[in-house]
Design a protein. Structure first.
Length: 54
């Protein structure tokens, strides 16, 4: 393991759940930001297609 010495500072029983929970929180924040700042994504999830401009 390249970064095996980190477990001398942080116990794996603390570090692994902390890392996984940080990844989940970051993922939820990014998805929430995409859903609230785009106008096309909620329509895409609902299945409605935009009419192409002529």
């Amino acid at each position: 393991m390249t970064n095996g010495k980190i477990w001398l500072v942080v116990k794996p029983t603390v570090g692994v759940p902390l890392f996984l929970s940080a990844a989940v929180i970051a993922s939820v924040v990014v998805h929430a930001a995409v859903l609230t700042t785009t106008t096309w994504l909620p329509d895409y999830y609902q299945g409605s297609a935009k009419v192409a401009a002529e």
